[in-house]
Ligand binder design. Structure first.
Ligand SMILES: [Mn+2]
Length: 270
């Protein structure tokens, strides 16, 4: 049995299929972790979602910002944006089931010494904090607070239940964080490389933090980081598949890295 962690797929089905063949993934034996953002920007989000939902028992996927955006559009809270490639999912006969599957994914998952999240943790958060916040966000996503939660996430409105606003903040950190101050104030709009971070901000994993020194946080989301990278206490797996670079798999037992050069036509509007 092998467990591989795979970076941001973003609808790049052909690259994923080829990577799975290269690592010899067998669903009778192996498991896969996904860093989230299974969908959007790439051409075949529907195929990726159908495959993932059909292999539910072998897959641990956390929610990314693009996954939450799809949920928000499906709920009628957000509209599609010009660069989105989600129409095929939304118009599919099984859209309801696929998006229900996505909504049931966590935002953080821990096994042994690995913690899986899409984006990152604030310096003052422990692993337990991240998991507890993930559970609270998931609970809100499952019930009638889902609309308010994704509304709060999208518009950062303050006229909502304070508890829902707090959940939306936690969800934004877990799915969008790249850089923050030492006090844990994130700059969520920043997408560039670390050298270009706003004054006083550093990558979330570079700050002194409260995490267990034995834990390694497996994350994606930050293509401009130029991953994959084995960092102190963290593993960056977004290697920019949808931007014409590659899709990365890392075997959690021994850090073996396998990459598939992108098979999709590259997006140039990053
Ligand atoms: Mn992302």
């Amino acid at each position: 049995m092998a467990c591989w962690a795979i970076g941001d797929v973003q609808g790049c089905w052909r690259s994923l299929e080829s990577l799975l063949a290269t690592i010899g993934f067998a669903d009778s034996r192996d498991r896969l972790w996904f860093t989230g953002d299974l969908v959007n920007r790439g051409p075949e989000s529907l195929e990726v979602l159908r495959w993932a939902a059909a292999h539910d028992g072998r897959i641990t996927a956390v929610l990314g910002n693009h996954d939450l955006h799809l949920i928000a559009v499906h709920l009628g809270i957000s509209r599609l944006r010009p660069r989105d490639t989600l129409d095929e999912v939304l118009e599919a006969p099984d859209a309801g089931e696929l998006i229900a599957w996505l909504r049931a994914r966590p935002l953080a998952h821990r096994e042994g010494r690995h913690l899986l999240v899409h984006a990152g943790l604030l310096p003052r958060w422990t692993e337990d904090d991240a998991l507890e916040r993930s559970r609270h966000v998931s609970a809100a996503l499952h019930d009638d607070r889902a609309g308010d939660l994704v509304h709060g996430l999208r518009y950062e409105t303050t006229n909502l239940d304070p508890d829902v606003v707090a959940r939306a903040h936690d969800a934004a950190v877990l799915t969008r964080l790249r850089v923050c101050t030492a006090e844990g104030v994130p700059a969520l709009g920043f997408k560039g490389p670390p050298a270009d971070a706003p004054a006083g901000h550093r990558p979330w994993f570079d700050h002194p933090h409260r995490r267990d020194p034995e834990t390694r946080v497996v994350f994606g989301h930050w293509a401009a980081l130029g991953g994959p990278h084995l960092l102190p206490g963290a593993i960056a797996l977004d290697s920019g598949c949808v931007w014409g670079r590659s899709l990365t798999a890392l075997r959690l037992d021994d850090d073996r890295i396998v990459q598939q050069a992108t098979l999709e036509p590259p997006r140039r509007d990053g």
